[in-house]
Design a protein around this ligand. Structure first.
Ligand code: SF4
Ligand code: SF4
Length: 425
């Protein structure tokens, strides 16, 4: 058995069961296997949820001594949590995985250039809004000058990554959303709720238009919207990379930055899911109270009701569920309920709306071959629906689906659902 202070047997922060205790909830029924994207592609037990839980339990019990022996199987997991939805025993797979990754990173940190670069980028660039904005501006310039094309030709970018690495949308990374308190227009009935908008690390520089649409929709529906200047990255990518201490630092900063808000609004499913789990991550009452007031924007608007009718949109659209919204937060009906109120919009179902698209944070860059295959299956399902628009509420999913659609010659546009809730101008 593991005996260090990092032992998985230790009680988790806040008195919750440890990750090891959570592995014991698995009764090995296998009902999660058919929904697991990596098991669907690879067909290997160790690349299934049940197999991974078995491996993590074996590590915790000391039956596996070397974390590197199980690392490739955990690295191939998207942390999509489809297995949690399928599991009849309520196994908290995400919690087990993220805790184990953190313990492995502490016990035996990854070495080499790729590991160093990943850690450097996550902490010194992604988690710092200004630097990230500059990085996207440089990337965009490189794309315009054809440097990306040249780097691909010279094979400086691995071919598997080159074919799916998303491009920076034109107009991205220009000006940040104005911070401070925004009030509804004088002709709109105020609802007396002070919301605060989380703008996200990737959402703002890549899809600033989504943050602007979220702000406009909330104001048009009568809500005060604060955009706190002191907010930081949510820390989800750091948790996934096994660096919970750094994620906790960001979480504490966000708890303080949003202290005055009645409701914290998120339009990025991955960030929203991570922020709803701050109680577990930080383990104090303030973080738990913060987590309790976090809402996805669709969840909030469906709960309070739209008072501003959205502009007409005569198009055929499919809604695709981001994993961290449907599996991570249990939000499925709300975006569909809101989209049903868009005049003229024909919302059609497609085959696998809850299957992962293969984006999963930076998974598509770390596991490009698997991400391509998982993405291909998603596009097949969307293409069969024959739609003009794909709607999904997470920046990573928007980039991944858009990149696959372009690569396969489809003209379908990808938008965030909030963009269709804007009232007529
Ligand atoms: S989180 Fe997703 S990829 Fe990982 S084991 Fe569960 S279903 Fe499979
Ligand atoms: S469905 Fe749940 S209990 Fe069954 S094998 Fe998967 S994780 Fe274990």
């Amino acid at each position: 058995m593991a005996s260090s202070s990092n032992s998985p047997h230790a009680t988790a922060t806040g008195g919750a069961p440890s990750a090891y205790a959570r592995t014991l909830d698995c009764v090995h029924c296998g009902l999660c296997l058919p929904v697991c994207p990596t098991y669907q592609v690879l067909g290997v037990e160790a690349d299934s949820p049940r197999g991974r839980i078995y491996l993590m339990r074996a590590l915790a019990e000391g039956r596996v001594q070397d974390p590197n022996a199980i690392r490739p199987f955990l690295d191939r997991c998207l942390d999509c949590r489809a297995c949690e939805t399928a599991c009849p025993s309520g196994v908290r797979y995400g919690e087990i995985l993220e805790t184990t990754r953190g313990q492995m990173e502490t016990a035996q940190p990854r070495r080499g250039l790729a590991a160093w670069l990943t850690k450097f980028l996550l902490w010194h660039v992604v988690a710092r809004q200004r630097r990230l904005r500059v990085a996207f501006a440089l990337l965009r310039t490189a794309e315009v000058l054809g440097l990306r094309w040249l780097a691909t030709k010279l094979r400086l970018i691995p071919p598997a990554i080159a074919q799916i690495a998303p491009t920076v949308p034109p107009g991205a990374a220009r000006r940040p959303l104005p911070t401070g308190l925004h009030k509804p227009p004088a002709n709109v009935r105020a609802r007396g709720v002070r919301t605060a908008l989380f703008t996200g690390c990737i959402m703002e520089p890549m899809f600033g238009r989504v943050n602007r649409a979220t702000l406009q929709v909330l104001l048009a529906n009568g809500f005060d919207v604060d955009v706190p200047a002191a907010q930081r990255c949510c820390g989800a990518l750091l948790v996934h990379a096994g660096q919970p201490d750094r994620a906790r630092e960001l979480a504490r900063a966000n708890v303080a930055a949003f202290a005055d808000a009645d409701v914290v609004i998120n339009n990025s499913a991955g960030c929203g899911c991570a922020m709803k789990e701050y109680g577990h991550l930080v383990g104090d009452a303030a973080a738990a109270a913060f987590a309790a007031k976090c809402r996805d924007v669709s969840e909030f608007l469906a709960e309070v009701g739209l008072t501003a009718t959205p502009a007409e949109c005569r198009m055929r659209a499919a809604y695709d569920d981001p994993c961290h919204l449907c599996h991570g937060q249990g939000v499925r009906a709300q975006p569909r309920q809101l989209l049903a109120q868009v005049p003229g919009l024909e919302l059609v179902a497609h085959r696998n709306p809850e299957d992962c698209c293969g984006s999963a944070g930076i998974y598509n860059l770390l596991q490009p071959e698997l991400a391509v295959e998982i993405g291909r299956r998603k596009i097949e399902s969307l293409a069969a629906a024959g739609v003009d628009l794909v709607l999904t509420g997470n920046p990573g999913c928007m980039l991944q689906i858009d990149s696959h659609l372009r690569r396969t010659g489809h003209k379908t546009r990808v938008l965030h659902p909030i963009e269709l809730l804007l009232p007529p101008t």
